[in-house]
Design a protein around this ligand. Structure first.
Ligand SMILES: [Zn+2]
Length: 414
């Protein structure tokens, strides 16, 4: 099937005929409601450049298709006729899946970006692709009554720690999972009879923060995520996610930060993810490998206590932040971002001693780029990857809301 190329974010009034115009306008309106959560018709008119009567017709169609609701305005602080607000329907949901080396996390995420359910299934060992499919299928089967009763599930999005090929969701390489050329999207799609889209976990993270988190409204941002299995990243430039020719862009974890460092699984020496990793932090704090959820409170507790953290912990945190600063210096010089966002344990490290990282970048990056950049922790916390993965599943509907309707199948062409 021919799919029209449409790389812009808000393609208002670009269609070739009336139906195309209607469809792209529907997408513009739904996109604005999706991102803003609750928006008046007047603000929709402003955001899309369409007149209010057209907005009324488009909103009515989105209501009929079951994608949005109209609700009474929450406040009447302004005199005059209040405009009803448009909100995304909470019962339109995607399943989000994040396989990691120690667990498979499954979420139920609504079109508004809200996580209704989050189930973490701990695994005794690194899960194989078949085990991930079985775990997800079992969890979904367990929820099936509720799903059928209360939700309409549009599809599944997968956030995978590894290189994922754009288009078919094949994991080319998941080094920590030990996966190679795994057609995980197709496997899961067959098991669940739902469309499945997959992408690199950090790319989904940047998408989530860019849409709903602290990066909202930022055109140029860099995101680095630290997970149990290493460091990944994503880059948004001029509001577009940088993918590279096959979707592999943003592998900051393999930047050289220590020429006297240790051998990385990628074959190089002194990569960021071998010098900056979660395992020694857990070790030093006396937490075992399942302690990643406690890392934040234990580490920040050390830094906020009187007299500061133990010497060994302080040294380790400083050492890791200094190597992170080396990588970020290069990133800041190359991309001139407005915002560098740190997620996962990198966000925890940064929160422990923000001045150490900022000074490490600012004293060494070039004068121009270093003055433009600010640093922040990813805001969505534990929900980040689930919200980002769900975005993959919502993408076809957001691109063409007319493909979703009461009777229509939400099956997605990708
Ligand atoms: Zn490497």
């Amino acid at each position: 099937m021919a799919v029209s190329e449409n790389p812009t974010t808000l393609p208002v009034r670009q269609g070739r005929n009336l139906d195309d115009v209607r469809r792209s306008n529907l997408a513009a309106v739904l996109g604005a409601v999706h991102v803003q959560g609750r928006v008046s018709r007047a603000d929709l008119a402003r955001a899309t450049g369409l007149n209010r009567s057209t907005i009324g017709i488009l909103v009515a169609e989105l209501v009929e298709r079951g994608l949005v609701d109209e609700v009474e305005p929450s406040s009447t602080r302004l005199a005059g006729r209040p405009s009803p607000s448009v909100v995304p329907r909470e019962d339109v949901v995607a399943l989000a899946v994040n396989p990691e080396i120690d667990a498979v996390t499954i979420g139920l995420v609504s079109l508004s970006g809200r996580v209704h359910k989050r189930i973490r299934y701990d695994t005794a060992h690194v899960p194989s692709p078949d085990e991930v499919v079985n775990i997800v299928a079992a969890v979904v089967a367990g929820m099936s009554g509720e799903l059928d009763r209360s939700f309409r599930t549009v599809g599944v999005g997968l956030a995978v720690p590894g290189l994922v090929r754009d288009g078919d969701g094949v994991v080319i390489l998941g080094p920590h999972l030990g996966w190679k050329d795994v057609p995980i999207a197709a496997m899961l799609s067959e098991a669940l009879s739902l469309p499945v889209a997959a992408a690199n976990d950090a790319s989904t993270g940047v998408m989530a923060e860019y849409t709903f988190g602290v990066g909202r409204g930022t055109q140029n941002l860099i995101y680095l995520n630290g997970g149990a299995s290493g460091i990944g990243g994503g880059v948004a430039i001029d509001g577009m996610l940088l993918t590279g020719s096959s979707g592999f862009a943003g592998e900051f974890g393999h930047s050289l930060v220590n020429s006297a460092g240790v051998l990385c699984h990628c074959g190089a020496i002194g990569c960021l993810e071998t010098e900056v990793s979660q395992a020694p932090l857990l070790d030093t704090l006396g937490l075992d490998s399942t302690g990643s959820e406690q890392l934040e409170s234990v580490l920040l507790g050390q830094f906020s206590r009187e007299g500061g953290p133990e010497r060994e912990i302080l040294d380790l945190v400083h050492r890791q932040l200094d190597f992170l600063a080396v990588a970020l210096r290069g990133v800041v010089n190359m991309f001139n971002p407005e915002l560098v966002l740190l997620g996962g344990f990198l966000g925890t490290l940064y929160a422990a001693a923000p001045e150490r990282l900022e000074a490490g970048v600012r004293t060494r990056a070039l004068v121009g780029p270093r003055d433009d950049v600010r640093f922040a922790r990813a805001e969505l916390g534990a929900d980040l990857l689930l919200v980002g993965a769900a975005q993959l599943a919502f993408a076809p509907i957001l691109a063409d809301p007319a493909s979703f309707g009461a009777a229509a199948s939400p099956a997605a062409e990708r």
